[in-house]
Design a protein around this ligand. Structure first.
Ligand SMILES: Cc1cc2nc3c(=O)[nH]c(=O)nc-3n(C[C@H](O)[C@H](O)[C@H](O)COP(=O)(O)OP(=O)(O)OC[C@H]3O[C@@H](n4cnc5c(N)ncnc54)[C@H](O)[C@@H]3O)c2cc1C
Length: 521
């Protein structure tokens, strides 16, 4: 990446600040149209919200209730395109909505029929009303007391940070330059005061450099307002931050390939219990917070709320002792429109052309990242007076695209890359051994992540190249020394680096342990 950066002369067509789903989506779109693009991420790709989602590729049943049909249709179309473009990472998942009241079956039955109809040719399968027996067949661990039946509908599920890493590679293959651990610390301006580039700090070496472009795009998620203030100190905040947490348990709490969707929790929200990588993922919450941080912590009341709600719907009530991992993410919600030249292209995401000439894109959701990027690059190209070029991502395969990657077993999420990882294992059988008995991950994946996926730290590997930290924190902590060894050898660093990495990883991992254990760690 640095070689490509140095080889580039003159201003970039676009510079993107932020390496989450939004920023990387923009980088792919711009590069695929033939624009030159540089993306800068202050930490690791996906360190922000994009590795901390519920992992659903969905139209949003909630929007349906709000009557926002066009938004649902847009997201359902994107869901279909994502399945087509990244079949190794997106799968069709059945969601059982349990019914304990007489009115629920007709009400949700009808609503979910409409949900499926809106998907049109991008449908994932027809929803059905289930008898009590059928509900228990499809979701054997659901609370039986008072159960009348259920409704099953189909939506998409994915691995968020794994998709993001594949998207980074896709953007690279399209010609983009993407750097992790490169923070935008300020904005350069031309003689008329319009933003024309960025000041960057290499977070590994501490060195600073400048990069110039025809347009700068702020895709910094929860940090959006901070970067906007760097461009214009008088700007008003445009986002409100809301935290959502998930608890992870072992797979026995669902014991099914289907998920549970609870349409109305006691706080009036939707909650999911989802099978994910052999575990059970339960979430989420909605708690306003004041400041963005890269490592948000779950609050005590959020943990209790999820445990209590899960206990209402599961036969086997999960307790604190059952929690293998807890993780929190921050939604950058767009406030009502402020003064200034705003182009709100949809009620879901917002694209704003700032007075400084910088473009800010935020809001939306993972599912619609491609569509958001298309809107954003259209706007950016017009603003920068670049030659008009059509969007090329609707049918662009994501790196790793493989129509039948299940055949690769525990390496299925790597899609076509699984073959190269197997080759690493064949060359050195020690790399084929699992790093921990509770998880399927191997040394070969660490080597792969270092060589091909820009993993720079133990956390990059254990949190986002594989999902150990999110699935089983203690297992991830046990794996860390071996990961430090393998990664350190690949990066050619000293033993001091390895011990410093271990120390830092342990500190971060504590945030994923549920308190008592957090204190004991
Ligand atoms: C709890 C929760 C559950 C969700 N579940 C779903 C779901 O199931 N399905 C779905 O479709 N959507 C879901 N979403 C929404 C989805 O996760 C987000 O819309 C999406 O991840 C936002 O991506 P982003 O790139 O805008 O932000 P981020 O992923 O946060 O990326 C922004 C990046 O910018 C970087 N950055 C910040 N400042 C700078 C700087 N100065 N220089 C360089 N880099 C910088 C940050 O480090 C960060 O990595 C969920 C969100 C939450 C919070």
């Amino acid at each position: 990446m640095y070689r490509r950066l140095r080889a580039h002369s003159g201003p970039w067509d676009m510079i993107v600040a932020g390496g989450g789903a939004t920023g990387v989506g923009v980088a792919i779109d711009a590069a695929a149209r033939g624009y030159s693009v540089l993306l800068l991420e202050q930490s690791d790709f996906g360190k922000g919200t994009s590795s901390r989602s519920t992992k659903l590729v969905h139209g949003g049943v909630r929007y349906l209730e709000q009557g926002n049909l066009s938004l649902v249709m847009e997201a359902l179309k994107e869901r279909g395109l994502l399945l087509q473009n990244a079949p190794h990472l997106v799968r069709n998942l059945g969601f059982v909505v349990p019914n304990y009241d007489w009115w629920e079956a007709p009400f949700y039955g009808l609503g979910l029929k409409l949900y499926n109809l809106l998907a049109g040719k991008y449908g994932f399968g027809a929803s059905r009303i289930l008898s009590k027996e059928e509900t228990l067949r499809d979701m054997p661990t659901i609370r039986t007391e008072g159960l009348r039946g259920g409704v099953i509908y189909f939506d998409g599920q994915f691995d968020d940070s794994r998709l993001l890493i594949n998207l980074v590679t896709t953007a690279f293959e399209q010609g983009a330059v993407l750097l992790n651990y490169a923070q935008v610390t300020g904005l350069t301006k031309d003689a008329e005061g319009f933003v024309d580039g960025v000041y960057v700090r290499d977070m590994e070496t501490g060195e600073h450099f400048e990069a110039h472009s025809r347009v700068v795009i702020n895709a910094s998620g929860p940090f959006t307002d901070g970067l906007r203030r760097k461009a214009d100190t008088s700007t008003h905040p445009m986002i409100a931050l809301s935290q959502g947490i998930h608890l992870v348990f072992d797979g026995s709490f669902l014991a099914s390939d289907n998920a549970i969707m609870v349409p109305h929790t006691s706080d009036g929200r939707v909650m999911f219990a989802i099978p994910w990588h052999g575990h059970t993922l339960v979430g989420t919450t909605d708690t306003p917070i004041a400041e963005p941080t890269l490592e948000p912590a779950a609050l005590e009341q959020e943990i209790e709320f999820i445990l209590q709600t899960a206990a209402l719907y599961l036969e086997k009530k999960p307790t604190r002792a059952d929690v293998l991992s807890v993780f929190a993410g921050i939604r950058p919600l767009v406030r009502s429109s402020e003064s200034g030249s705003t182009a709100a292209l949809s009620r879901d995401h917002t694209i704003r052309i700032e007075n400084s000439g910088m473009i800010t894109i935020c809001g939306g959701k993972w599912t619609t990242y491609r569509h958001m990027a298309e809107d954003c690059v259209d706007q950016a190209a017009t603003l920068a007076r670049l030659p008009e070029k059509p969007c090329a991502t609707a049918h662009l395969n994501v790196h790793g695209h493989h129509p039948a990657s299940d055949q690769f077993g525990t390496l299925a999420v790597y899609g076509s890359d699984a073959l190269a990882i197997r080759t690493l294992m064949e060359a050195d059988p020690r790399l084929a051994e699992p790093l921990h008995p509770a998880l399927p991950y191997t040394g070969a994946e660490v080597v792969w992540a270092a060589r091909h996926e820009m993993a720079r730290t133990v956390e990059d590997v254990l949190a986002r190249r594989v999902r150990a930290l999110f699935l089983n924190t203690r297992a991830a902590m046990d794996m860390a020394p071996r990961v430090a060894e393998l990664l350190g050898n690949e990066l050619g660093v000293t033993d001091t680096w390895k011990s410093a990495q271990l120390q830092t990883f342990r500190e971060t991992a504590r945030n994923y342990l549920i308190p008592p254990s957090r204190a004991a760690a």
